[in-house]
Design a protein around this ligand. Structure first.
Ligand SMILES: [Zn+2]
Length: 108
């Protein structure tokens, strides 16, 4: 009985901390850097919209509709990602806005 109780407690604790768990798992798909930085823009029970940043290569990955999109450069779509960067630019570090990869707002 004691073992069961311990397991149950552990699961509950993990359930409360999905974000931390997510950031423990995720690594940059380009250089495998870990850990990554997380910005949360909109949050309900899960992160609805946010940004994952790789401090190693300045790449950023959007979280849209609760889904972290960790795609390599060749699968990224500028037409979808730049509007996302613009939408949240007030809350994104300048370094990412100007030097972020694969797209940034410097040329605008
Ligand atoms: Zn990286």
């Amino acid at each position: 009985m004691k073992v069961f109780y311990t397991l149950k407690t552990k699961n509950t604790l993990e359930g409360c901390d999905i974000k931390k768990k997510l950031m423990e798992i995720l690594a940059c798909p380009i250089d495998k850097h870990h850990p990554l930085e997380l910005l949360i823009f909109e949050e309900k029970e899960e992160i609805v919209e946010g940004l994952i940043i790789c401090p190693e290569c300045s790449r950023w990955y959007p979280i849209r509709d609760e889904i972290p999109e960790m795609l390599p450069d060749e699968l990224r779509k500028e037409g979808e990602d730049l509007p996302f960067l613009k939408k949240w630019k007030e809350r994104i570090p300048e370094k990412i806005l100007l030097e972020g990869k694969p797209f940034n707002l410097k040329a605008m």
